[in-house]
Structures are given as structure tokens and as C-alpha cells.
Ligand binder design. Sequence first.
Ligand code: ATP
Ligand code: MG
Length: 401
Amino acid sequence: MTPPTARDLAIQVMPVSPEATCAAVFNRLLSDPETRHIPVVWNGRPIGLISRKNFLLTYVRMYGAELYGRRPVKELMERDILIVDAKTSCEAINARARNAFGDGRMRPFVVTDGGIYAGIGNAEKLMMVMADLATARAAALEEQTRRAEAANASKTQFLASMSHELRTPLNAIIGFADLMRLKTMGEMHPPRYGEYIEDIHRSGVHLLKMINELLDMAKIESGHVELCETIFHPMNVGLEVVQMLRQSIANAKLQLHIDVVDGLPPIHADQQQIRRVLINLLSNAIKYTPAGGTVTLAVCVCAEDEGCGVEGMLLTVEDTGIGIPAEKIEKVLEPFEQVENSFTRTRAGTGLGLALTKAMVEAHGGRFWLESELGKGTKAHALLPVSRIVHDAEVARKRVV
Ligand code: ATP
Ligand code: MG
């Protein structure tokens, strides 16, 4: 169906000549109470409009009839009229009709065909067409959203099955490489194979991490993150992660500090996700801090009235590393964003760690942000809301894990 234009809105109203007398026009308006506007046309072209209300107001005023009766109607017509060509779209008429007179009110308009009078535009009909258009647009948008959601769901499904297909053989590769690397069945011959196996193992672990992160990102983007909540002490998780990364910290020749006060309450959160948050942040701190530097893990409960400026359970990982340039601090929180430097070039990474971390903290109703100074170090803060802190000692004792 072709969209309606001015032609479809035109109603045929017999025009008058500008020389017709006002008395004749008055009689016509009296005999036809339905006529609200009469076009004034000269040589086929519209030059003005008689509006019933304005015309009658002037005409029936005291002495109006004597004054105007014999005069040409052009003296009482409105000259400031909106003329639209028959091919103009309803949207364009709508925009012009609303802007033309500055007050946003809908006015009548005259339709022409090649400049020749073709009818008076019906403003009510225009409104109806616009309403239909808006309804059709809303329906089209809804359909688009539905399709986008369906496409997203199948993308997640595709990624889920893909990563399953990839993970199974990859786990075998990693497992066997590990066996060989640890010389479980004896020495390698020739010994050079030992180096290759180390490479195979390292690459396999990296690939697996990447696949897992991509899948997590896809899940988060499609809104499929579900929290598996329990009550636990975040510091216990922190210590576990530190233990896991102890070797990397030693290899990177870094000092580790743990800054925690006694008696911190437990939290109600997804333990697996909090573990991932701490792994990502501590791995970054280790990765982007040159030898001799320090990495600190701090956990505390903040209350706004204590001057912290924030409220909740705050997990902070601080390092004395290379830092992030100010203009990149927000950017690195987006997927695949990395700061181009010798560290990112020489160390493995996909740029998903921080985006995932932020998404996981936000899934808990929390907030994640970075503070950093180039060449001095970085502080990554994950703030869990007060509602995640378990204050009820009884509940905590019963269910804490
Ligand atoms: P991935 O975590 O996916 O293995 P990645 O570490 O490069 O890769 P993110 O953790 O998302 O990705 O970090 C994004 C970028 O932010 C990093 O590439 C790095 O440039 C910068 N960055 C993150 N943490 C730090 C930090 N502690 N010090 C300096 N730069 C950092
Ligand atoms: Mg990272």
C-alpha cells in the first residue's frame, strides 16, 4: 500500500474568486453550516482562505454588513495560508503545518496539483493518518525487537554449543599435555618435546579461558546471567584466589599485601562470580605490574557516614604497576578494549576481563570503577550494596559456607 499523501486528504470545497462580495460569501456560509473554510482562488491558484469563524466575527460585528457587504471578499480572507502539493507525504504536511504558524496548533491547508487548487486539506484526516502511522511504527518496532531478541537467544545458544564442542577436545589436549609435562610416564625423548608440550599446555589453557570468557560475555549481553547465591565470607574467597595465584605473584617478583580487618560480616552473593571478579582483578594487577612492585587486596565495609563516600562491602585490588591513561579508564571497561603498550603486546589477554568483572558486580546490584595514574598504579574497586551484607548473625551461622 502506498503511503497516503496530501491528495488523499483533500476535500473538495467550491472556491470563490477574490472579487466575490463579502455578502455573497456570508450567504453561502449561512446556507451551508458545514463549511468551515472556503478557498479563495484566482486563475486556478489559491491565494487565501476564508475561515468561517474569523469571517463571521468580523462580518456580524456592528455595521460589519454595511461596511463589507459590497466589498470583495479578498479584504476578509486570510493570506497567510499553508499550501501543499498533492504529492506531499502526510508526515511532511504534519511537520509543515505544525511549524508554519509557530504555535504548534494544527491549521487547515490548501492542496494544489501542479500549483492549481485541488481541495482543502482535512486536518482531522491528517491526524488519523498520523495516528495510524504511529501505531504501525510501534508494531514494526516491536517486531524488530522480538526478532533481535530471538537472534540474540540463538546466538547465545550457538555460542553455548560451540563452546561445548570446543571445550571437550580442548580439555583432552590440556589434560594429556599436563600428563606429559609432568613426565607422569617418564622422560621426553628428545627433551625438546618437553618445551613443545609446555607450549601446547599454555596455549590450550589460554584458548579455554578465552572460550569461557566469550561465552560468559554472550550470556551477559543477552541478559542470561543468573546468580547462584549463597552466604559466604568474601575474604575466604580472596585468600583462596591469592593461594591459586601465589606462583604467578612469585614469578612476577611482586609483593603481596592483604589488608583486612577482623570480624567482617559475610555476604549474600554468587560465590563463583565473586571468585571470578577477584581472579580477574588480581590477574590484571600481576600482569600489569613490573617486577619489584606491590599488589594489595583489601576488603572492608564502608558506611557513608564514616566519610567513605560509598556504602556497602568494598573489594579493592591495588597495584603499583604501569597504570592506565586517564582517557582510557572508562574505555577498558568495554569488551575487547586494551591499552596499546608493551605489556598488552607481550602478555596474553583478550580484553574481556574487566567487562565481565563490571557486568558481574552490576548483576549483584553493585558498582565497579577504576582509579589509576599512569606510571604509578591502579586501584580497581568492586562495591557490593549494603543489601548483600548479612548482618543477622544467626542466619550467617546457620547458612554460611
Ligand atoms: P583478559 O582479562 O581478557 O585476559 P586483558 O587483561 O587485556 O585480557 P581486561 O582485564 O579487560 O583485559 O583489561 C583491559 C585492559 O585494561 C588491559 O588490556 C590493560 O590495558 C588495562 N588494564 C587492566 N587492568 C590494569 C592494571 N591493573 N594496570 C594497568 N592496566 C590495566
Ligand atoms: Mg585481564
